[in-house]
Design a protein around this ligand. Structure first.
Ligand code: IPM
Ligand code: MN
Length: 378
């Protein structure tokens, strides 16, 4: 980019599209935005936010059928509007009054697919002072990153039902793997592993002993792309064994790369060993385009509106958002701000009684205040 253009861009405020979403989403997002404001002030960058009401409530208010998809949860035009933003910050998707799948597919999966956010980046990091359910494991033992493929695998919706409702009924759900899709994901993971500069080991997680076609494509691609990364050790685990190792020896891992469904499952396990759903954040990343950051814990309907849900994951998502956007745009201020948010979380978690909803020892808003205060202090 010519220097003049770079300067001009650096001055332009970052535009953040905010989707609070369902359940506790808006509550935790409010705390994330509080911390963002503190970080912007401390690190000297400008940003603008615009809130979008894409939610189960809106779907129902617009006359959407709660039992089956009947109207778009988000329209084509709204997707085009989002595309004018630099980044998306999402709270949660899922409403007990809307049948499972309608909002997930109509909003979350649709955005992931249409914005080609082909990486789902989920760090598994135990912060100091956070109780780990694994006996004797310390923050230095639980610190690895999972790269989940985010646009293919079992999530494409390919397949169908034949002879429905008869004794001959057949249901297929196709695991779709393209060479291009696998390759770009694997390459991203190798690059990330190199940047992490930890053990320099990338573990491919799959099930090659049973999924002979999909597993073969993943494994071959992994080894072929791996030739470009002689400094990175290539490692492989079956997904079932990976679940065992994550619990028994989490310190074994540095970076993991895996397909969409396996990644979905092992990142929930990862969230638990880092202290729970209240802590885990993730990024849906299009390395060349528009990314979306979110806490991965869901909408927690039973805690909605009670000011007891843990906002740490949503705040950690802001940290990721700043770091990733900063790296993407070459803006050091944003990267610094992201690091500052993470440091502030590390300063706050030891003060909390627990990371579980309702047991934090503080309200949701108070935890947000504490992290924002820690950001200001630096
Ligand atoms: C996640 C969630 C989603 C997924 C659901 C809500 C569709 O579980 O982000 O991990 O399966 O990807
Ligand atoms: Mn999940």
């Amino acid at each position: 980019m010519p220097r003049k253009a770079a300067k001009k861009q650096a001055k332009k405020p970052y535009r953040i599209a905010v989707i609070g979403g369902d359940g506790t989403g808006p509550e935790v997002v409010a705390e994330g935005l509080k911390v963002l404001a503190a970080a912007a002030k401390a690190c000297g960058f400008k940003y603008e936010t615009r809130e979008f009401d894409f939610s189960g409530k809106r779907y129902l208010a617009c006359g959407g059928d709660p039992t089956k998809p009947s109207i778009p949860v988000i329209t084509d035009e709204e997707i085009r509007t989002l595309q004018a933003f630099d980044v998306i910050y999402l709270g949660a998707v899922g409403d007990p009054n809307v049948a499972p799948g309608i909002l997930e597919k109509g909003l979350l999966l649709r955005l992931r697919f249409e914005l080609d956010q082909y990486i789902n980046l989920r760090p598994v990091k135990l912060y100091p002072g956070v109780p780990c359910p694994l006996v004797g494991k310390k923050p230095e033992d639980v610190d690895f990153t999972i790269v989940r493929e985010n646009t293919e695998g079992l999530y494409t919706g390919m397949g169908g039902i034949q002879y429905k409702g008869t004794p001959h009924e057949v249901a297929t759900q196709v695991m779709c793997n393209t060479r291009r899709g696998v390759e770009r994901c694997v390459r991203y993971a190798f690059e990330l592993c190199r940047k992490r500069n930890d053990q320099k080991m990338l573990t491919l997680v799959h099930k090659t002993n049973v999924l002979e076609y999909a597993g073969d494509l993943w494994h071959r691609t992994f080894l072929e792309v791996g030739e470009e990364y002689p400094d990175i050790k290539k490692d492989y685990n079956h997904v079932d064994a990976c679940c065992m190792w994550m619990v028994k020896n989490p310190e074994y891992y540095d970076t993991i790369v895996t397909g969409n469904m396996f990644g979905d499952i092992i990142t929930d396990l990862g969230a638990m060993i880092q202290g729970g759903m209240g802590i885990a954040a993730g990024g849906n990343i299009n390395p060349e385009g528009l990314s979306m950051f979110e806490p991965i814990g869901g909408s927690a309907p039973k805690y909605t509106g009670k000011n007891v849900i843990n906002p740490i994951a949503a705040i950690a998502a802001v940290g990721m958002l700043l770091r990733e956007t900063g790296n993407h745009r070459g803006d050091k201020k944003l990267v610094d701000a992201g690091n500052r948010v993470e440091e502030a979380i590390i300063a706050t978690t030891p003060k909390m009684k627990s990371q579980a909803a309702g047991l934090l020892g503080y309200s949701t808003t108070k935890v947000g205040d504490l992290v924002a205060e820690a950001v200001r202090k630096g």
